[in-house]
Design a protein around this ligand. Structure first.
Ligand SMILES: *[C@@H]1O[C@H](CO)[C@@H](O)[C@H](O)[C@H]1NC(C)=O
Ligand SMILES: *[C@@H]1O[C@H](CO)[C@@H](O)[C@H](O)[C@H]1NC(C)=O
Ligand SMILES: *[C@@H]1O[C@H](CO)[C@@H](O)[C@H](O)[C@H]1NC(C)=O
Length: 204
């Protein structure tokens, strides 16, 4: 009688073990939490818009942008057991009022594997640092409203920029599925940006 109860309890306990194990495995490997992108620091060294001679006989306003900006973009893998691989370095694109003025792949952090494939272990973060400078970037798409807005922000000393980050990720235990992400990070940057001024931005 006593023995049987002990056996039954042991069997019940092991059934519970199995259920717990299954739940843990499902939680660890079946449910994928997408990577989280944040901008951890951003500094604007220069941002100017100069009027350019209108092309041909067109009367549309034309302007050229010059800038100097540096960014630290962090990609965090929130999964607690699964690694994530960025299939290629993510692409960043900077915009003012929706008009792109700089884009390119974010340079992989030192120690990144072959072909820019970058493993982000569970609960870890990779930081991509990029500095970009250019002048004479045509901003015809800005229009006169955009130029007026630029002047307003320039006078206020704070520019509202946007960084769009695009990438492709593969997660451990899901070898055949590549997940595409595209997030937007609003950046309000004073010019010049004091190093301590920037508060981390989460991209959505
Ligand atoms: C960009 O700005 C940084 C400081 O923010 C400066 O050290 C660097 O020389 C600038 N680069 C250009 C090309 O203006
Ligand atoms: C203005 O440009 C258009 C085409 O863009 C052309 O057909 C027209 O002849 C030009 N007018 C003058 C005065 O140059
Ligand atoms: C940026 O500034 C604008 C205007 O002041 C404000 O509406 C917006 O919420 C700010 N965005 C962030 C991310 O701080």
């Amino acid at each position: 009688m006593m023995m049987r109860r002990v056996r039954n309890e042991a069997a019940g306990f092991c059934l519970l073990c199995g259920i717990v194990l299954a739940v843990v495995l499902v939680a660890a490997y079946a449910v994928v939490y997408p990577v989280v992108v944040t901008v951890d620091s951003a500094a604007l060294g220069r941002l100017t818009l100069a009027a350019a001679p209108a092309p041909g006989n067109s009367t549309a306003p034309s302007s050229l942008l010059a800038f100097n900006i540096s960014l630290a973009v962090a990609v965090r893998n929130p999964n607690w057991a699964m690694s994530a691989w960025l299939v290629a370095p993510p692409i960043g694109e900077l915009r003012f009022r929706g008009v792109p003025f700089a884009w390119g792949s974010l340079p992989p952090p030192p120690g990144t594997g072959r072909r820019g494939r970058n493993r982000i272990r569970a609960r870890r973060t990779e930081v991509y640092r990029v500095s970009s400078t250019a002048q004479g970037v045509p901003m015809a798409a800005l229009g006169s409203d955009g130029v007026a807005e630029f002047s307003r922000e320039s006078a206020a000393g704070v520019f509202e920029l946007e960084l769009v980050v695009i990438g492709k990720v593969r997660y451990q235990a899901h070898p055949h599925r590549r997940r595409f992400f595209k997030v937007s990070c609003p950046l309000n940057l004073s010019l010049p940006t004091p190093p301590t001024m920037f508060a981390r931005v989460t991209c959505t």
